[in-house]
Design a protein around this ligand. Structure first.
Ligand SMILES: C[S@@+](CC[C@H](N)C(=O)[O-])C[C@H]1O[C@@H](n2cnc3c(N)ncnc32)[C@H](O)[C@@H]1O
Length: 282
């Protein structure tokens, strides 16, 4: 059974993101170097979140235009507040579900963009198998001939220890495995899946790479593993009622203590696997 969206609730807030995941827009030097933004570039940022990385790209593309799209009204209003159009005239943010751009932002699919970019968002956006191919068809249609799609996302095996532990916790707390799987919010593809899909859509694939990148989480005072599980695992945790949720998170953190906690300083680390790709529209 394909996973279905269990809820349209906005699970994102800039505050929780900055507390528990501030490292996400920072660990981006490789994908940003692949983007190689030029001063006159026009860039569409898919799943831009609360905007710091989009603003960094806009600073490089000063004479061009950069538009960030995100499904979360909370993240977009934070981006608009932090990077006001009046002070950043080449930068704009819009709420749009990037699984349905042909309905929600058809004007961006105009074959005019130099680059389509995305960081840490496609593994959410590609969750539904039914709209996966369309997401790349939209990127293809947005680009001008010769334009590049450049992105980083979770790849096969990403955060496997946390994902499996949350799933196990929910099953132990009485939720049937099929139901838990249907609520799993992520798709972490292999290089092979990605290269085949991009080629099938019509891209010339220049690069698809997978990197195992253990990542240090924020400290316990700022969120730590508890905050990470609550923010990124929100759709899974919704399977249990609010009263049980704290118990489930505690169980997950205790089980993961064995594999994710470092003895020397008590820091939490998760096995991130990043998939990066560069594909050109002929
Ligand atoms: C981990 S954040 C990454 C944000 C930003 N790109 C960064 O590097 O900090 C993932 C973002 O994907 C967005 N997202 C998830 N599903 C989406 C969808 N269907 N359409 C657009 N954005 C989506 C979320 O709202 C969230 O802001």
């Amino acid at each position: 059974m394909p996973p279905t969206q269990t809820t349209n609730k906005d699970h994102w807030t800039s505050k929780a993101y900055n507390t528990s995941a501030s490292f996400v827009p920072k660990l981006t030097s490789t994908v940003v170097s692949y983007l190689d933004a030029q001063p006159t570039d026009t860039v569409l940022d898919i799943g831009c979140g609360d905007g710091p990385l989009t603003a960094q790209i806009a600073a490089a593309a000063q004479l061009g235009r950069v538009v960030g799209l995100d499904a979360s009204p909370s993240m977009i209003s934070s981006a608009q507040a932090d990077y006001a159009h009046s002070k950043h005239p080449n930068l704009a943010f819009r709420v749009a579900d990037c699984t349905k751009l042909s309905k929600e932002a058809p004007d961006v699919l105009n074959g005019s963009w130099d680059k389509v970019f995305s960081n840490a968002a496609y593994h959410w956006i590609l969750r539904n198998p039914e709209t996966r191919r369309d997401v790349f068809v939209d990127a293809f249609n947005a680009l001008k001939p010769g334009g590049a799609l450049v992105f980083e996302m979770g790849g096969a095996g990403n955060v496997a220890e946390v994902r499996s532990t949350i799933i196990a916790a929910l099953v132990i707390h009485g939720i049937p495995l099929d139901e838990v799987r249907a609520a799993d919010p992520w798709f972490f593809p292999s290089e092979k899946w990605m290269a085949t899909t991009l080629e099938d859509v019509g891209f010339n694939v220049e690069k698809v790479e997978l990197e195992y990148r253990p990542t240090k989480l924020t400290g316990d005072d700022e969120g730590g593993l508890d905050g990470w599980v609550r923010l990124f695992g929100a759709q899974l945790l919704e399977k249990v009622n609010e009263l049980k949720r704290a118990e489930v998170v505690k169980w997950v953190v205790e089980v993961l203590r064995s594999s994710c906690r470092r003895e020397e300083d008590g820091s939490w680390w998760i096995g991130y696997v990043r998939l990066r790709a560069v594909a050109k529209k002929p």
